[in-house]
Design a protein around this ligand. Structure first.
Ligand code: MEV
Length: 312
């Protein structure tokens, strides 16, 4: 029988700290119940079956094969993903993690998450230039994470034992796929930092404060404070210039009916800003706003399992 290996890795959202995390500030991330699946089997020629970004798949495959010294192997690789692409939910990190883990498993390497995460980070670096490493770490380990990159060689994280069932119900709304890549949005913020270092550093410090407040609010299940921090966080992201006008309008509308929402990834300004994280005591109010605007919206489960081997 031909051996087939099947592995999946989750997408993520950033509850607080995006962009600032690239500059050494902390972030709170959560793995979500949307996964990317990679299946691999031996073949007579190299084949990739993927509905999105086959060139990224090829790049990730070749990177891992080189790391394992297996460049000559011919493989049939299939990708199936439930994660919206390029919209702030960590689809590229999930691909890097799942591809690395699947090839490790296929070539009988120990399923060592630290090594898988390291290689996935290198793949992310090639694609985005200067990632924090938070996305791939969350996709690898799952759950809720407190993450902080102190230096290139010291990326610290700690699992947070939040019980999702006791947290408020968040709704994700897709404001449209950004035209910009994550790398381009990170560069945009870098340029702002170079132009206005003092003001930008101040925004990062405020984001750090918000992230710490959110940490305590989530632990204490203080819905009022959680909402307040999300609102504050969105204002800071708008000041960083990563939220487009259409997303701003949707967020204002949500605030108008007593809810809050924030961009939860790199954002985007030319068209959509990707996924926004919304919170309202009556979640249906958010679902209605999304429906009126013909935007896809879904309830999300947070704290899902990290990369894992699937049964065939
Ligand atoms: C991307 O999901 C989040 C950013 O903070 C970039 C990164 O952490 O690498 C914008």
């Amino acid at each position: 029988m031909v051996k087939t290996v099947r592995v999946s890795a989750p997408g993520k959202i950033i509850l607080s700290g995006e962009h600032a995390v690239v500059y050494g500030k902390p972030a709170i991330l959560a793995a979500v119940n949307r996964r990317l699946f990679v299946s691999i089997k031996k073949s007579t020629k190299n084949e990739i079956i993927a509905s999105e970004s086959p060139e990224l798949v090829e790049f990730a495959r070749d990177f891992v094969l080189r790391a394992l010294g297996k460049q000559k192997e011919k493989l049939k690789i299939k990708i199936f993903s439930e994660i919206p692409v390029g919209s702030g939910m960590g689809s590229s990190a999930a691909l890097a993690v799942a591809m690395t883990a699947a090839l490790f498993k296929f070539f009988n390497q120990p399923f060592n998450k630290e090594k898988i995460n390291e290689i996935a980070y290198e793949i992310e670096k090639k694609q985005h230039g200067n990632p924090s490493g938070g996305d791939n770490t969350t996709s690898t380990y799952g759950g809720f994470l407190w993450y902080r990159k102190e230096a290139e060689f010291l990326k610290l994280f700690k699992p947070l034992d939040f019980d999702f069932e006791k947290l408020p119900r968040f709704v994700l709304i897709n404001t449209g796929r950004p035209l910009e890549t994550t790398g381009e949005m990170v560069t945009k913020v870098r340029k702002l930092y170079e132009k206005k270092p003092r003001q930008t550093e101040e925004i990062f410090q405020k984001i750090e404060k918000a992230t710490k407040k959110l940490l305590v609010a989530l632990r204490e299940k203080n819905d009022g404070e959680i909402g307040e921090v999300i609102r504050e966080n969105e204002q800071l992201l708008e000041k960083l210039g990563v939220v487009g006008n259409s997303a701003k309008r949707i967020i204002k509308e949500i605030e108008g009916v007593g809810g809050v929402a924030k961009v939860c990834g790199a954002g985007g300004v030319k068209e959509g800003s990707g996924i926004i994280l919304g919170f309202h005591p009556r979640k249906n109010s958010l679902l209605e706003i999304a429906k009126e605007r013909n935007l896809s919206a879904f309830e999300v489960k947070l704290g899902e399992e990290g990369v894992k081997i699937e049964k065939n």
